[in-house]
Design a protein around this ligand. Sequence first.
Ligand SMILES: Cc1cc2nc3c(=O)[nH]c(=O)nc-3n(C[C@H](O)[C@H](O)[C@H](O)COP(=O)(O)O)c2cc1C
Length: 358
Amino acid sequence: MRQSRKIDHIKNALNKPDLAEAGFKDVHLLHKSIPEVNWDEIDTSCIFLGKRLAAPLVINAMTGGHPAVKEINKNLARAARETGVAIALGSQKAALENTGVIDTFQVVRKENPGGVVIANLSAHCTVDEAQRAIEMVEADALQLHVNVPQELAMAEGDRNFRGIASNISALVRQIDIPVIVKEVGFGMSMETVQQIYQAGVRIVDISGRGGTNFITIEEERCKENSRQFMGDVSDWGITTVTSIVEAKELNLPVKIVASGGLRTSYDISKSIALGADLTGISRPFLQTLIEQGSEGLVNHIQQLINGLRRIMMMCGAAGIQALQQVPVVITGNSAQWLKARGIDIGKYARKNELQVKD
Ligand SMILES: Cc1cc2nc3c(=O)[nH]c(=O)nc-3n(C[C@H](O)[C@H](O)[C@H](O)COP(=O)(O)O)c2cc1C
């Protein structure tokens, strides 16, 4: 069941338009007419999990666990290696239950021996499962996914979510690599990020609403199996933009990964300027790989990185930390949401006070 579900997810995710807005239309970076930056000096690289990436980008968690997806993981890993970005695996639970499919995950480390590879399991997992998943791919970090709406949309999904925070906290204490708590496209509030921080986690992937929607993906599986469904809440969740700002608002020493509906270099730049340390993209990379092969995916990622450089130039930011300091004007529904949540968005629009000298 778990293995065939991974195939259904890929089938149902492809060719799906993003039904909701991730909020990026509401975010505006301040143009700088006199940037005082030389194109050759612009450095899109960053350090993540102790390794240098060519850009703050991860091919985010998708697949593994079925012989048919080994080639996909191999090509995703190759593209990550060639472009210098990080890669996360799909949930490794299938390989813990059936060692016959371990190679569909291990191929990622084989293809990308020196890169950032992130393991993935549910936040329900045991310490032993987490350790086996980490060893399987010599992971640099472990993503623990939280996905309540998706589980509810699955007839066979979990229904008991008691004890997750304490499980996360036990995992953090007993695992010797960083733990990332990750949503799957429903976003995180500041209350959630605070809970995660209190459990000892220092990296969150807020994976917000506006991109891949697991309620509609599961809906198709339900239709195929003629089950009842929860389509009335198909726009459930917190957008990616508002999730980044909610997480940032706490001012905690927590690194923020922005994912969910990021589609362009502009979305990547806006996420970083809002305070994200890393950005993640999933479904569009899979789509490019299926349609244009691994060279196509390498080009896609390189174009995103080139676009990021152009935007950094127009903002006068020579590096990623400078991009995080670029003023951002937040308008529209995102501004309304954030104001209603008591967040002062003015501080994003005027990050550095103007200093005028005679
Ligand atoms: C086919 C597919 C499979 C996925 N499987 C997983 C998974 O196993 N674990 C996980 O944490 N997230 C999984 N995700 C969620 C993504 O990592 C990401 O959070 C979500 O798709 C939003 O990003 P996007 O809009 O760029 O696709 C999957 C996404 C896709 C498209």
